[in-house]
Design a protein around this ligand. Structure first.
Ligand code: NCD
Ligand code: ZN
Length: 350
């Protein structure tokens, strides 16, 4: 029988887009209510490429937090072909930067400053390997001749396998994995390789893109895949394998930017993130493993202490609003206007 109450160690979100300015102020409360910490993506305009910029961004996030919140943003640097190798030592010595993000140029939102040629960042990767600073990979090739549904698998073959050979000690997280191929690669890798899995890739397959018509709010990068891949992700997330941990990739965009002839990629899930994961784990009857995935494997990989606070979920359905405010506009959240099975019972502000 499904339990109706679940108490776990307070979780962290190991992949999150908080944006900046008014949009940041609109969304931060949803994450801070559920998670103690989050790895904050650096794909702002312009991107966060230096420790000094990351520290400024961190201060802007903290200034927006709801009163009493002790949420901790863990900052990342955006890797470019111009990143100097000594920025890595600065990052390692800072107490605010925890990883460096690799975007293949053109792969996703604000990735134009990303990497075109891997060899041009080898010196930076050597420094990261030496300083044990994790590299977070958006794992998709961008070649126009590769089918969009194959971009992750081809990235593993063409980029990730050679990277592993060249930098065997480099700590890497393959972000927001979407395929059985990624599950197989990561589960067979040693402990310095890990992966995050989003709630939307656990709950939706690619049919959700075309339910009765085109569904721009289900469009994200990497794109949703077929059911066999979703099943492989669900199996990995609920397997108790420490290679896999929670990263929502919650990525708010104003409604009009998604409901467009060329709509932006990204699902907004922060408003019900932990609740969505609980639904996914419940599908496999493995709610007992949610805590390890959401609260233990991430800090263990990042060599940070596990949280001490707790959070309580109850199996009480609630209806997601049709939209949330986002700066001067609105954002259509995942499951807009429909019920979510689990609720957060108010958690301590720790
Ligand atoms: C992200 C965004 O909007 O910043 N979009 C997405 O579809 N996931 C970027 C990213 O992580 O790819
Ligand atoms: Zn992302």
């Amino acid at each position: 029988m499904t339990p109706t109450r679940l108490e776990i160690t307070r979780p962290d979100d190991w992949h999150l887009h908080l944006r900046d300015g008014d949009a940041l102020a609109s969304v931060i409360g949803h994450t801070a209510r559920r998670f103690a910490r989050a790895i904050v993506m650096p794909n702002l305009k312009p991107p966060v490429t230096t420790v000094a910029q990351a520290e400024d961004y961190r201060r802007r996030i903290v200034a927006c937090l709801p009163a009493g919140s002790r949420f901790q943003p863990l900052m990342t640097l955006y890797l470019t072909e111009d990143t100097p190798a000594d920025e890595i030592a600065r990052a390692k010595n800072s107490d605010s930067v925890f990883a460096v993000k690799y975007y293949p140029a053109g792969a996703t939102t604000n990735s134009q400053s990303g990497v075109r040629e891997l060899a041009r960042v080898y010196r930076v990767l050597e420094a990261m390997e030496r300083h044990e600073l994790p590299l977070l990979l958006h794992g998709e090739v961008t070649d126009p001749d590769i089918d969009i549904f194959d971009r992750e698998r081809v990235f593993i073959e063409r980029c990730l396998m050679p990277l592993r050979e060249r930098f065997p000690a480099l700590r890497m997280v393959l972000e927001h994995i979407t395929t059985r191929d990624a599950v197989d690669f990561v589960s067979a890798a040693p402990a310095n390789v890990a992966a995050t899995i989003t709630a939307h890739h656990l709950l939706l397959n690619r049919n959700a893109l075309f339910e009765g018509g085109i569904r721009p709010h289900n469009f994200c990068a990497p794109i949703l895949k077929r059911e066999t891949h979703r099943a492989a992700l669900l199996q990995a997330a609920t397997s108790a394998d420490p290679h896999f941990f929670l990263g929502t990739d919650s990525a708010p965009h104003p409604r009009e930017a998604k409901e467009a002839a060329c709509g932006c990629a990204g699902l907004y899930t922060a408003h019900a993130a932990l609740e969505f994961y609980a639904e996914a784990f419940e599908q496999t009857g493995r709610l007992d493993r949610l805590e390890a995935f959401a609260s233990f494997h991430g800090p263990d990989f990042y060599r940070l202490p596990r949280n001490e606070g707790r959070i309580v979920l109850e199996r009480t359905p609630w209806a997601v609003p049709d939209e949330y405010p986002l700066a001067g506009s609105a954002c259509k959240p995942m499951r807009a206007g429909e019920p979510v099975a689990w609720s957060i019972v108010e958690a301590a502000a720790s």
